[in-house]
Design a protein around this ligand. Structure first.
Ligand code: NDP
Length: 288
């Protein structure tokens, strides 16, 4: 029986490379969960040229901005498979710097897709994630806790009793405050950063609630993809390395961790922001 893996936003960029890595791993059935079916079909055709022994791939429609699409995806998955061994929450959006959309109008779509869509899909999949199943939440160092400067808010996001409901309410408060240009000094000036901060906080909450899983957040590093307007120094393939490691390496057993380029990051400490830099300047560049 092959392992069953789902990668969201797998039709291009880092998600496509994660799916490629899974397809090239023996004994994995990989579902490319895409909203763009044309690109998804092209991705399946491309990946099918080099699939490992006992591995297969298919595309299924999923738009994580739509509750109906999530519900349809999950019910068709549950009709066909008893369990999911690997869930890679990779799909996300980011407004470009040059985008004319006012900041106040960027909060709702960014949080809805990157945070709320990711959480909704994961919650609906929880009943089919057996002990040992892996959940990779593709986040970003842009979501490091240091972006919060308000100590009260910081405390809420790091509370050991924070629940998914409480966290989602905090994220909705952010959207409501930013959208109405209220309490703006309470929040950082980054919708994308806040969405990824939420994803990392959710990773920690889920790890606490489901200690039997291997749930981790991961920053792939700055990669040349459509999202970055192809400006990053890393390839999408390189960016996929750590998410893939978290998805398939049996040596990885951490639950609730945050990784960047193979290195574990301290999400709470400010020093974490410079740790990868120190590492890359010292003896660890081979790992990055
Ligand atoms: P891309 O923009 O190249 O790809 C994003 C993928 O997400 C696309 O397949 C896109 O589909 C999909 N997607 C977006 N919205 C939805 C949705 N509502 N439902 C389903 N799929 C959706 O970005 P990257 O490959 O660069 O990013 C992958 C992940 O890595 C993201 O989580 C990103 O935040 C993270 N990341 C990227 C960095 C970088 O430097 N590139 C740095 C740090 C983190 P479609 O083709 O239909 O738009």
């Amino acid at each position: 029986m092959p392992k069953i893996a789902i990668v969201t936003g797998a039709n291009k960029g880092i998600g496509l490379e994660i799916a490629r890595g899974l397809a090239q791993t023996a004994g994995v059935h990989t579902i490319l969960a895409c909203r763009n079916t044309q690109l998804g079909a092209q991705a399946v055709e491309e990946l099918n040229k080099d699939v490992a022994e006992g591995s297969t791939i298919e595309q299924r429609i999923l738009d994580i901005s739509s509750s109906d699409s999530i519900a349809n995806f999950v019910s068709s998955f549950k009709a066909d498979f008893p369990t999911c061994d690997i869930l890679v929450n990779n799909a996300a959006i980011a407004f470009k710097n040059a985008d004319p959309t006012p900041f106040a109008q960027q909060a709702s779509p960014t949080i809805s897709i990157n945070y709320l869509g990711t959480v909704e899909l994961t919650k609906q999949m929880l009943s089919v994630l057996p002990p040992g199943a892996r959940v990779d939440n593709v986040a970003s160092m842009a979501g490091h806790l240091k972006i919060l400067t308000n100590d009260e808010i910081k405390k809420e996001f790091t509370s050991p009793t924070l629940t998914e409901e409480g966290l989602s309410q905090l994220m909705k408060d952010f959207v409501s405050d930013i959208s109405s240009e209220r309490a703006t000094d309470k929040w950082p000036k980054t919708c994308y950063g806040m969405s990824k901060l939420g994803v990392i906080a959710y990773t920690r909450v889920l790890a606490r609630e489901r200690p039997d899983l291997v749930v981790n957040a991961v920053c792939p590093g700055w990669c040349a993809t459509d999202m970055s307007s192809h400006s990053g120094p890393r390839s999408a393939e390189k960016g996929a390395e750590t998410p893939l490691m978290l998805a398939i390496d049996p040596a990885v057993t951490s639950n609730g961790g945050m990784y960047k380029c193979v290195i574990v990051i301290d999400w709470i400490s400010i020093a974490a922001a410079i740790l990868p830099l120190i590492m890359s300047l010292s003896r660890l560049p081979l790992l990055v």
